[in-house]
Ligand binder design. Structure first.
Ligand SMILES: [Mg+2]
Length: 217
């Protein structure tokens, strides 16, 4: 029985296209060129930071990240939420599940999520946990926070390498959400067959027999 559902954030609940378009402008390239390069980098199984090095070899990414973090620029707002995000969180919570968010993000991202008043029990991020996905310690820490054995936790994310497979290795149920540049690229990887569950939208989650029955009021 699943008692807690923990969500990744980027491309799981939040559509990051606006943020990536801002980065494209900062690099002086078109959004299309930026996204094409990002998809190539993902397909090559390289870190997304490679995109910056590839498009602007001398770009000081750390300085740009620090600047943006300080200005809280490019920070997520309600408009960046996928349409199915808030209803899915609310529905799962109404079904009696603990619902939480845990991603690899700086503290500003957590504050932005808190401002949205999402129907979740808690929000954690890598900067406060001291570990980033896919580290096993990240999943151990969020299981401890959920207060349930890993077997009673589902982790939902758009990446096989960072979310689904390491969550499953930690004993959780991995739910692979196929959307965004990672989801769509990873869906073609052979490892996609190892995912416990594959969905293309969050509304599909209530249809799975492993979730508690949901009766609309
Ligand atoms: Mg993500």
């Amino acid at each position: 029985v699943i008692r807690a559902v923990i969500f990744d954030v980027g491309y799981t609940l939040i559509d990051e296209k606006r943020q990536w378009a801002e980065w494209a402008r900062e690099l002086g390239v078109s959004s299309e060129q930026f996204m094409e390069t990002l998809v190539s980098v993902i397909a090559e199984r390289k870190h997304h930071r490679t995109v910056f090095a590839r498009l602007r070899p001398n770009f000081d990414l750390n300085a740009a990240l620090a600047r943006r973090d300080q200005q809280e620029s490019g920070i997520w707002t309600e408009e960046d939420l996928y349409e199915d995000a808030r209803p899915a969180l609310a529905r799962l919570r109404a079904a009696g599940l603990q619902v939480a968010l845990a991603g690899n993000q700086p503290p500003t991202a957590k504050r932005a999520l808190e401002r949205m008043n999402l129907p979740v029990d808690w929000i954690a991020n890598s900067s406060e946990l001291g570990f980033e996905k896919p580290a096993p310690e990240f999943f151990a820490k969020i299981a401890a926070r959920a207060g349930s054995p890993a077997q009673q936790i589902a982790y939902v994310g758009d990446r096989l390498d960072n979310h689904v497979l390491p969550a499953q290795a930690a004993g959780m149920r991995g739910v692979f959400l196929v959307r965004g540049p990672w989801g769509k690229t990873h869906a073609r990887w052979p490892e996609a067959a190892e995912a416990n569950q594959i969905v293309s939208g969050l509304e599909e989650m209530e249809r799975d027999e492993l979730w508690p029955p949901y009766s609309p009021t």
